[in-house]
Write a new protein. Structure first.
Length: 205
């Protein structure tokens, strides 16, 4: 792609680094911003700068938050005896949109993937174990994507958790293999959580 301006080219190249954004889409976005008022562009860049500088991770569940303890963990209306273990914040948002779950969460920050150099020590697994050893949690729901990486992570977690005094559940497989939670429709995802089964049962299938 030939550019008439080096500044334009640099901006397009930066936008093209975003997931799912090719150079043509990046060019449309950059030209859109270029046609906006300077105030609107400043608000856009300020929002990104504040996001990077001020965003925090909940010290309890590791969900993205504006404060030390996120609203879900701080809520007295949630059932904190149940923890739903998910890959990242997108999955928390997907499950919350179902309005079918009122427990707490634990965000791993990824999945075990040896091909990508991601091992158990790269995830928020030890903090999860510390939460469970406190003795307040009665059930852990392993709600990870139905992919090879998701199943590998679930099995690793099961081996770590099976000797603790907690019930270990997994979401019902109304989700096709290879599916990621954030793309599952709300009805299917909500039903999968509501009809969760003990993880040991899934091993027998």
């Amino acid at each position: 792609m030939n550019f008439s301006s080096k500044l334009l080219e640099n901006a397009v190249n930066e936008f093209a680094k975003l997931p799912g954004v090719g150079q043509r889409t990046a060019l449309r976005l950059v030209l859109h911003l270029l046609n906006q008022d300077k105030t609107e562009v400043s608000q856009f860049t300020e929002a990104l700068n504040r996001l990077k500088e001020e965003i925090r991770f909940c010290q309890s569940c590791y969900n993205i938050s504006d404060v030390a303890v996120c609203e879900i963990c701080a809520s007295q209306k949630r059932d904190h005896s149940i923890i739903c273990v998910v890959e990242d914040t997108r999955d928390v948002m997907a499950i919350e949109n179902t309005a079918q779950y009122q427990g707490g969460y634990h965000v791993l920050g990824g999945l075990i993937s040896p091909m990508d150099g991601i091992g158990p020590s790269d995830l928020n697994i030890e903090p999860l174990l510390e939460r469970l050893k406190a003795g307040e949690v009665k059930e852990v729901i392993l709600a990870l994507s139905a992919t090879m990486e998701g199943d590998t992570t679930i099995f690793f977690l099961y081996k770590k958790l099976k000797d603790l005094p907690v019930q270990i559940s997994t979401i019902a497989r109304g989700i096709a293999f290879g599916g990621e939670l954030e793309y599952v429709d709300e009805i299917t995802l909500g039903r999968s959580i509501a009809t969760r089964i003990p993880y040991e049962n899934s091993l027998l299938k």
